[in-house]
Design a protein around this ligand. Structure first.
Ligand code: NAD
Ligand SMILES: O=C(O)C(=O)C[C@@H](O)[C@H](O)[C@H](O)COP(=O)(O)O
Ligand code: ZN
Length: 354
């Protein structure tokens, strides 16, 4: 088990990664606590072992959970109970659960304490970390949300035992994102340990999760609210990725969408002269090694180009008529580039043409 205590702006965040780390929940046993969890993951007995008196709110997870109507129905359940600002929300599930529950924790009474217990690999390497939360609105990803830090992130690898390999791969797309832009050693580690990763070797996965967590928190520490042009690096592949999700009316899973998005955006970086020769090949090579999609032709959902381009108009990295794009320059390095919106949309149309 690995632990780290991180200072992010005015919050202390305790990160615990390892099998059996769920036991750390016993440290908040004297608080009034609500557990918002994915009804598709067996958690109640596991939680009650450490927190015998909690209020459970099961939710249907998946992208359709990220709707304001769902937020309102959960808030109405909270309203029936007597919570105060000293109390806790514990989010247990994948990224869609931690996004919704984190948003609710940030707005109810203007903020309850939050503990994230990610149960997917994608949640453990990305979604449960860094404080972004929120819901989709009018077919735009994460249009409504807040920045709100959990006090504790518990990544208990025992949850991964039931995780299908396709869900592991979706999380690997976010890890490859870190490797391509921030962490060449992580890129190399993934290159050398493919079989152990795919076979869910716990020692390897703990290393990947812990390293990804520290990579992400290292960026969040510098630019928590994404106002300095630094945190945008965590959004590499997401301008096109979110366009694919929106264009498919959220039928393409996030991990696959950003996988294709990273190839498209690396090609734009190369075309505009920011990515060194060979970067696109290195992106393709690692995605193909893990069987992740690298071309829109591999996505078996129709993409409405009009909806996809509208999503790019609404990308949260856009400033006036340009988008701040995080371009990989070589493996493990990146550069912020302001690109005209129409240029990005032109490339996106090429990339998303089936
Ligand atoms: N806030 C952030 O910083 C951030 C970062 C990355 C992604 N995200 C968001 O996260 C979402 C994707 O997250 P996700 O891939 O975890 O999706 P998800 O929450 O839909 O979970 C994926 C699937 O795995 C199942 N599942 C969850 N835990 C399981 C377990 N232990 N065993 C077996 N099955 C399990 C779920 O029921 C679901 O079918 C997207 O909405 C994306 O926008 C947010
Ligand atoms: O934490 C961040 O910053 C990220 O960009 C992480 C992304 O992997 C994640 O998908 C995030 O939800 C996208 O954020 P958004 O601001 O583009 O909605
Ligand atoms: Zn993402």
């Amino acid at each position: 088990m690995r632990e780290s205590l991180e200072d992010i702006c005015c919050s202390k965040i305790r990160v615990i990664v390892g099998e059996g780390s769920l036991s750390k929940l016993s440290e908040i046993k004297d608080s009034n606590t609500v557990v918002i969890y994915s009804r598709r993951v067996d958690v109640t007995d596991k939680i009650n072992k450490y927190l015998p008196n909690v209020y459970f709110i099961p939710i249907n997870d998946g992208e359709s959970a990220k709707e304001l109507s769902n937020v309102i129905s959960i808030v109405e359940k909270l309203f029936e109970r007597n919570f105060d600002r000293g109390d806790y929300v514990i989010a247990v599930g994948g990224g869609t659960v931690t996004d919704v529950a984190g948003f609710i924790a940030s707005i109810y009474l203007r903020g309850l304490n939050l503990v994230n217990v990610p149960t997917t690999f994608l949640g453990m390497v990305d979604a449960a970390i860094g404080g972004k939360n929120g819901v989709n609105f009018n077919n735009i990803k994460n249009l409504i949300g807040t920045f709100y830090q959990p006090s504790m992130i518990i990544s208990d690898l025992e949850f991964l035992e039931t995780l299908p390999i396709e869900e592991l791969k979706k999380g690997l797309a976010e890890v490859i994102k870190y490797g391509l832009t921030l962490d060449k050693e992580l890129y190399d580690y993934l290159s050398l340990n493919k079989d152990r990763v795919i076979n869910k070797d716990k020692q390897v996965l703990e290393e990947v999760i812990f390293r990804s967590t520290l990579d992400k928190l290292g960026i969040v520490k510098e630019d928590e609210r994404e106002t300095k042009g630094i945190r945008i690096v965590l959004n590499f592949g997401h301008t096109i990725g979110h366009a694919i999700e929106a264009g498919s009316s959220f039928n393409v899973p996030h991990g696959y969408a950003i996988s294709v998005g990273m190839v498209c955006e690396a090609k734009i970086a190369e075309e505009l002269g920011y990515a060194e020769e060979g970067v696109v090949e290195d992106v393709l090579w690692l995605l193909q090694l893990y069987g992740l999609p690298y071309d829109i032709s591999q996505i078996d959902a129709p993409i409405d180009i009009r909806l996809a381009l509208n999503a790019i108009n609404m990308d949260k990295k856009h400033r006036k008529d340009a988008i701040l794009m995080p371009f990989p320059t070589r493996i493990g390095s990146w550069k912020k580039v302001e690109v005209p919106l129409d240029t990005i949309k032109g490339f996106a149309e090429q990339c998303l043409k089936k």
